[in-house]
Write a protein that binds this ligand. Structure first.
Ligand code: CA2
Length: 151
């Protein structure tokens, strides 16, 4: 009998317009691209022996479909829902079905910005929230997630 080795998977999901990271508004979001962020996150997951799925979409339904996928396959989710943070009950509902650690990451300090950015639907489903740490926030969330998952 062959016993398969089960590799744990972490999903990092990115919402609308984050494909422009490093290419526009560097005063708010910095100079790093999403590909740079993925590379640094991969270094962490590789070292920990985990698989990383690092994804971005401008479409709400796509993010929801990936959350459904993660629900079956992942040990944890890190999500920067971008503008959907402040609007999407649908993302909240999808995340609420996931029984695993969920971290919400914002590159900017949303609480220092316009008041419509102060409320997050997603936070209601989040284990933890990181905001204002730049793109390093993804790594901080990943380290915390690994601590919870791997002990
Ligand atoms: O600070 C964050 O990470 C945000 O989630 C980014 C969202 C914004 O709507 C949230 O309030 C806070 C916007 C993402 C747009 O990303 C861009 C990146 C570079 C250039 C233009 C947009």
């Amino acid at each position: 009998m062959t016993v398969g080795v089960h590799v744990q998977t972490v999903y990092i999901l990115n919402g609308p317009n984050l494909n422009l990271l490093g290419k526009r508004q560097p005063e708010i979001y910095g100079h790093e691209t999403l590909a740079d962020v993925e590379t640094r996150c991969l270094q962490i997951t590789d070292a920990a022996g985990l698989t990383l799925k690092f994804l971005q979409s401008n479409a709400e339904y796509q993010l929801i479909d990936w959350i459904h996928e993660a629900r079956e396959e992942a040990v944890g989710i890190i999500i920067n829902p971008a503008a959907y943070t402040h609007t999407s009950v649908a993302l909240l509902d999808a995340l609420k079905t996931c029984e695993m650690p969920i971290f919400e990451v914002h590159i900017s300090n949303v609480h220092q910005r316009e008041s419509f950015r102060h409320h997050s639907y997603v936070s209601l489903a989040a284990t933890g929230v990181i905001a204002g740490c730049g793109t390093q926030g993804y790594e901080l969330a990943l380290h915390r997630l690994l601590r919870l998952v791997q002990g």
